[in-house]
Every structure is written in structure tokens, then in C-alpha cells.
Design a protein around this ligand. Structure first.
Ligand code: SF4
Length: 456
């Protein structure tokens, strides 16, 4: 058997139980230190807790890999090659189907992790993208974004995390076209049947009945007003909001019922709703957080590709502050070794713009995010890869992920202490004389059942 041609695509089936690895069969391994490798395997897990990896290319010698080094195993099920021998053969392959497959794969330019609930997955490689570019194909993601309407029964999620306190959150959308590489919400897309990778950014679920569902919740006799966060797993001002205006309609419901609401966003589109925000603020019903993770536009562009620029975010803080709306700047998440030195500069710039408070969270890479984020670091900041990895691990008890309340958001260890000290200093210098107002939960208007104001 000949080795696989460069540029080929290997179709794999996720293997849950590694005891089922068959000798001399081909597998794709996702490994801790070597990334993705495609090899024939000899299964020595039972006896030695290791695998023997063999290449069909005799130039490469077999070698052993401990199971501790292995993250995922996929059994190779087929190979698609684009090394087409001549035009006649291309026709035989069914031209149309081939073009369709190219189209599907072209969209997968980011690492698209496997959805645990699906069996088969396509993986793509950079050389395929180069092939497309050379042939004048467009590989941009934005034109490929799909908006899918979904109709949930309810819209409010109870938040009981000790890190955040007791509150509510709601998501007018699922997935986020902003595409921040570190986004913890990526994992949530798997529950909707999509991947945490590029699906999270280009298959956006739209909940157009969200305002109606919110109003329905407020009309329950048992409803007790508590701040509701927009949003938990998405950015309510991501690009599609400009056209769909679901968040704007939601804000009208908050205004009508005089109910407190918090917004966190990385998009300047919030400026559009300044009229409603001002009215909400007259009754202390609104808190706004603008996330600024870095002042370095070069980092921002690759780390949070479709968010507002740093300049636009600072302008947004300025406009909100000029209109009296309390703005908190979220230095979140802090990336050790990449953005962790920026606390003072971000505090200064945002306080000059009018922010009156600052908070932070430490990056944590739960589930599929570890693969997506570390792959991104490797490609964009290869010289800082080790520093960033060790910094994150140190903040989370030696792991990239962290589910322990308290530590998972704020981190621990020497590095974290340094970051915390610089944030404390920054707060003292720029925000010490400022007070963030409390939410007003006392003006809630009870409106009789059935009096909906929104035409859907
Ligand atoms: S803006 Fe927020 S929700 Fe959207 S991708 Fe970035 S971190 Fe995730």
C-alpha cells in the first residue's frame, strides 16, 4: 500500500473504547505533543499502556507512544485525494459531487472539533486552502454563515454558579459570529448538534420569539425580579442583530416591565439602542460591560476576528458614559503570556473613555476549547506557545481546563497573583473614586396576563 498523497483528506470515525484498536489498521491520533498523526497501530494498551505507531512510508521508523500522550483516537474509514491524474478520471469521479465536497471542506478553515454526539467528521488542512486560493476560490467565512431559526419553549436560564451569584441569563442567539478563539460558549454549541469549532461561528441559531418568551415569563404571578444577563453563551450584538433587532425588542420588554438587565458585549452595535438604554438608566435598570481583552489591534484582529476594533469599543464606552450609563470594562479573559501585562493600560484607556469599574476573568480552556485555542496559539504565536500554555496551566492547578468554582474564573498561583496585583493597582489608580450603582429591582411592573405588546 502506498503512503497517503499530500493534500488528501482522511475520513475518520471517532473511537470511544481504545481497547478496540485493531492491529495493523490505520488510525488518526490527536496527541498531546505531536498534534494530529496518521499511522498504522499495534495495540499494546493492555500489556504496556502504549501504542506502536508505524508508517506506510518506510523512511519513517516505528515508535511507541504512551496512552497518556493520546487525547483522541479515530479509525480511518476512507481517503479523499485531490491529486487527480487526468481530466477523464475527473469526469468519472462525478464532477458535481467533487465540487460539492470541496465547497463543504472549504468552509472548514478553522479547526472544527468533533461533536461528541456525531460519529463522522471531516478534517481539513492548510494546503487545501492554499490550493483553493491558487485556483481563485473564495474561502471567506462570513459569506458562508448560516442563520437557522429555532423555537425554544423558554428563554431564561437560571445561573446558580457561586462565581457569579444567583441570577438569570438569556441568549437571543446560539453561536457567535464574533468567533473569539478562547470563547467558553463554544462547547454549548454541541448540545444543539453542531461543532464547537467553525460551526459555532457560522451556524448561528436565531431565536426570534425571545422577546415574547421573556414577556411571558414576566407575566407569571410567581415572577420575582432579579437582574437578567444578556447573554450567557453568545453576544447579543453580534453582526446578525443589526438586521434581526431581537436584542432591541428584548430591551423594549425590559423597559415596559421596568425590569433590571445587564449587557456584556464586544460590539459597537449597542450604540444603536442608546435611546432605550438611557430610559432604562433613568430607573437604574441597566448595567453595561464592554469587554476589552487587549489594546493591541493586531492581537485583537486574530483573536476576536469579527468584533469591534479596540478604538470602536473605547468610543462605545465614551458614548454610553456621556449618556450617564454605568460602564464596567471587562478585562476578560486574561491570556497569560499574551495579554496579561495590559491591565494598567486597559484601565487607563477605558477610564479616560468614561468606564467606572473594571473586572477580569482568567482564561480557561474547557472541553474542545483547549484544542481550538492551543492550535490557534501555535499558528499565530508559535514563539509564545510554551509560555502561554504554562501560564494557563499554572493558573488552573496544572491543567488547561478548570471546573472548580472560584479558581476557574480567577485562577491561582504566582502568575495569577501578579496579574491580580496589577489589576488591583489599576483599579486603585483609575476607579477608586467611582461607585457602580446597584440594580433597581423595586420598580417591576406587574402587567396582567395576555397583554402582549409585541407583534411577532
Ligand atoms: S463575543 Fe463573546 S460569545 Fe461571542 S465569540 Fe466572543 S467571547 Fe464568545
Amino acid at each position: 500500500m502506498l503512503p497517503v498523497q499530500p493534500g488528501s483528506y482522511i475520513i475518520g470515525e471517532f473511537l470511544e473504547d481504545w481497547n478496540n484498536i485493531k492491529n495493523n489498521q490505520c488510525y488518526i491520533l490527536l496527541t498531546l505533543n505531536d498534534g494530529i498523526v496518521y499511522k498504522r497501530l499495534e495495540n499494546e494498551i493492555n500489556r504496556q499502556q502504549r501504542l506502536l505507531l508505524k508508517s506506510d512510508n518506510t523512511e519513517y521508523k516505528p515508535y511507541y507512544l504512551s496512552v497518556d500522550e493520546v487525547i483522541e483516537v479515530w479509525q480511518a474509514k476512507g481517503i479523499v485525494s485531490f491529486d487527480v491524474p487526468h481530466e477523464r478520471a475527473l469526469n468519472d469521479l462525478n464532477n458535481q459531487r467533487l465540487m460539492q465536497m470541496m465547497d463543504e471542506m472549504r468552509a472548514e478553515i478553522k479547526v472544527n472539533t468533533h461533536n461528541r454526539f456525531e460519529k463522522l467528521e471531516y478534517r481539513t488542512e492548510e494546503d487545501f486552502l492554499q490550493h483553493l486560493h491558487l485556483n481563485g476560490e473564495d474561502t471567506s467565512l462570513s459569506e458562508k454563515t448560516q442563520y437557522i431559526e429555532v423555537f425554544p419553549k423558554s428563554i431564561l436560564n437560571r445561573v446558580t454558579s457561586p462565581d457569579i451569584g444567583k441570577s438569570w441569563s438569556m441568549n437571543p442567539y446560539q453561536g457567535c459570529e464574533h468567533g473569539c478563539t478562547y470563547c467558553y460558549a463554544r462547547n454549548s454549541h454541541e448540545y444543539w448538534g453542531y461543532s464547537a469549532g467553525s460551526d459555532f461561528e457560522r451556524k448561528i441559531l436565531v431565536k426570534k420569539t425571545a422577546p415574547y418568551l421573556l414577556e411571558k415569563a414576566f407575566q407569571k404571578a410567581s415572577w420575582q425580579p432579579e437582574p437578567i444577563m444578556l447573554s450567557g453563551n453568545t453576544d447579543c450584538y453580534q453582526p446578525i442583530e443589526k438586521e434581526r433587532k431581537i436584542t432591541r425588542e428584548i430591551l423594549k420588554v425590559f423597559e415596559k416591565y421596568r425590569h433590571p438587565v445587564g449587557i456584556i458585549t464586544k460590539n459597537a452595535l449597542i450604540q444603536r439602542d442608546i435611546d432605550i438604554l438611557k430610559r432604562l438608566n433613568e430607573r437604574n435598570l441597566i448595567h453595561v460591560s464592554i469587554s476589552i481583552t487587549t489594546l493591541d489591534e493586531k492581537i485583537r484582529r486574530v483573536m476576536e476576528p469579527r468584533t469591534a476594533t479596540v478604538k470602536r469599543r473605547l468610543q462605545t464606552i465614551e458614548l454610553l458614559a456621556q449618556n450617564g450609563i454605568p460602564v464596567n470594562v471587562m478585562f476578560a479573559p486574561v491570556i497569560p503570556g499574551l495579554t496579561s501585562h495590559e491591565a494598567m493600560a486597559i484601565a487607563e484607556a477605558s477610564s479616560k473613555a468614561g468606564a467606572i469599574a473594571m473586572n477580569y476573568t482568567m482564561v480557561r480552556l474547557n472541553g474542545r476549547i483547549a484544542i481550538i485555542f492551543m492550535d490557534w496559539v501555535k499558528k499565530n504565536f508559535p514563539d509564545r506557545y510554551e509560555k502561554i500554555k504554562h501560564g494557563i496551566e499554572e493558573a488552573h492547578g496544572g491543567n488547561l481546563n478548570d471546573s472548580q468554582f472560584g479558581r476557574r474564573m480567577k485562577g491561582e498561583g504566582k502568575f495569577t497573583e501578579q496579574v491580580q496585583q496589577s489589576i488591583a493597582l489599576a483599579k486603585k489608580k483609575f476607579f477608586a473614586d467611582k461607585t457602580y450603582p446597584e440594580y433597581n429591582c423595586d420598580d417591576f411592573l406587574r402587567i396582567p396576563k395576555g397583554q402582549f405588546s409585541l407583534g411577532l
